[in-house]
Design a binder for this molecule. Structure first.
Ligand SMILES: [Fe+2]
Length: 450
């Protein structure tokens, strides 16, 4: 087994090297790197199985190494060895891409616990299955809401190894949730049932239970459900059952949103759960509801279109950092950081999302148009069709603007100021043509705050 250790403290790197040699069940060859540049060089020239990396290092932190592994689709398990946890930096260390976190300074316990994972992977362990079967992710939030394991639950050790951790029907509470989160596990897996209907029945029962929960804010419900359905689509593809579940859920969501009168600055108090695409969906839909109401265009049918479009807009984008990109102008500025495959995937994503939505039966005709036009720009320099502010319909313009605002709020975090949003996007012409009405509504958000 080849293990790369990236660590700038000379003494510590030797201790970790000694520990992996001592604790790991099989023969280990170590490769040492004092910084991320050296680490990436090792990854380029050697076949590495596991990378144990520090966070703070000269020349770029550990996330640079993880990014390299992810961008090149390398099957290398990544372990963060730091006082910083992946939960604290979820954008730099997506939890699903971090096998384990060694909590410094206690590297002895950390490496010992890490080696235990590999001991469990040895083929003689009866609990481990080397599977060609398909496993489907279920988020911890979801299992927590069900209060019990919906069927046998597994923990993912690597691409092909799943370890059973809970029997179907066993209770699952806050303590269990905390236990997995502390191990950087955010998802468990169920074995795909032979009958696909069973899976969708299970999911749809859980979703309606979740929607009925009165002690959970709508935004949290929306994020959890969005993440779960997207996971399912990415694993099993779009099916009629999944389409039906999604439509039903978006319908329920819209009827709640329409009854609630959200304030102009409601997002300040919002605790958005989960990862970026789900946070974006939630915020984007809620902002759209505020704007359509102020424009008096609001009807459940319009909100349904906007919410479903928000749900699916970035469904084929797996690279989180690209979901955050505002528009084509912004994309051109950061394009050099991405490889050709990622660039093509980004440019194609409105079309791919459009192709998915048209397979869904019985949805209003213009949703696919809104999805297709999600990244067009007022001056006609957007993509894919290069439509300008006069060629785009008012609803597409509203959708685009609320998408920009949602991203701006999420990207800026505590530094968010609506004036900055107005200045930045007015300069790009987002106040012109059919953007004008929606832009003016958002502009008044500022006046309200003064
Ligand atoms: Fe997008």
């Amino acid at each position: 087994m080849n293990i790369l250790i990236a660590e700038d403290e000379v003494e510590l790197i030797e201790i970790i090297e000694f520990l992996v040699q001592d604790f790991f069940p099989e023969k280990v060859t170590t490769f040492l790197a004092k910084n991320s540049v050296e680490a990436i060089e090792v990854l380029t020239n050697n076949s590495i199985d596991l990378c144990i990396s520090d966070h703070n290092m000269p020349g770029g932190n550990g996330s640079k190494i993880l990014k390299y592994i992810m961008q090149n689709n390398l099957s290398i398990s990544f372990v963060l060895s730091s006082t910083v946890t992946p939960q604290e930096l979820p954008n730099e260390y997506p939890i699903d891409n971090v096998l384990y976190h060694i909590q410094k300074p206690d590297v002895i316990s950390g490496v010992k616990a890490l080696s235990a994972i590999y001991k469990l992977q040895k083929p003689e362990s009866a609990a481990v299955m080397d599977l060609e079967m398909i496993f489907i992710p279920v988020s911890l939030h979801f299992v927590l809401l069900l209060e019990k394991a919906p069927s046998d639950l597994y923990i993912r050790i690597s691409d092909s190894k799943y370890l059973k951790c809970l029997n179907g029907g066993e209770p699952f509470g806050m303590d269990d949730n905390a236990k997995y989160l502390s191990k950087s596990v955010s998802k468990l897996y169920v074995k795909k049932p032979s009958n696909e209907e069973l899976l969708t029945q299970l999911l749809s029962a859980a979703i309606s239970k979740l929607m009925k929960k009165s002690d959970l804010p709508l935004n949290e419900k929306m994020s959890i459900i969005h993440a779960q359905i997207c996971d399912l689509i990415q694993f099993t593809g779009m099916s009629e059952e999944i389409a039906a579940i999604t439509k039903e859920n978006v319908n329920q969501t819209v009827s709640i949103i329409m009854k609630n009168n959200l304030l102009d600055d409601f997002w300040k108090g919002l605790n958005l759960m989960g990862e970026y695409p789900s946070q974006l969906y939630t915020l984007h839909s809620m902002l759209a509801s505020v704007v359509v109401k102020k424009l008096s265009w609001s009807s459940e049918a319009t909100m349904f279109k906007l919410t479903l479009a928000a749900f699916f807009q970035d469904i084929t984008l797996t690279n989180l950092s690209l979901v955050k990109v505002y528009d084509h102008q912004h994309f051109l500025e950061i394009k050099a950081d991405y490889n050709n495959k990622e660039i093509k995937n980004y440019i194609d994503h409105p079309l791919k999302a459009h192709d998915i939505i048209v397979t869904m039966k019985g949805i209003p005709a213009d949703i696919d148009k809104i999805i297709l036009e999600q990244h067009e720009m007022p001056d006609g320099s957007g993509f894919p069709r290069k439509l300008n502010a006069n060629q785009l319909g008012p609803l597409s313009c509203l959708f685009i603007l609320c998408g920009l605002l949602a991203r701006f709020i999420l990207n800026e975090g505590e530094n968010f100021a609506i004036d900055n949003f107005i200045d930045k996007f007015e300069a790009l012409g987002y106040n012109k043509g059919n953007f004008k009405d929606s832009f003016n509504v958002i502009k008044k958000f500022t006046l309200k705050q003064e």
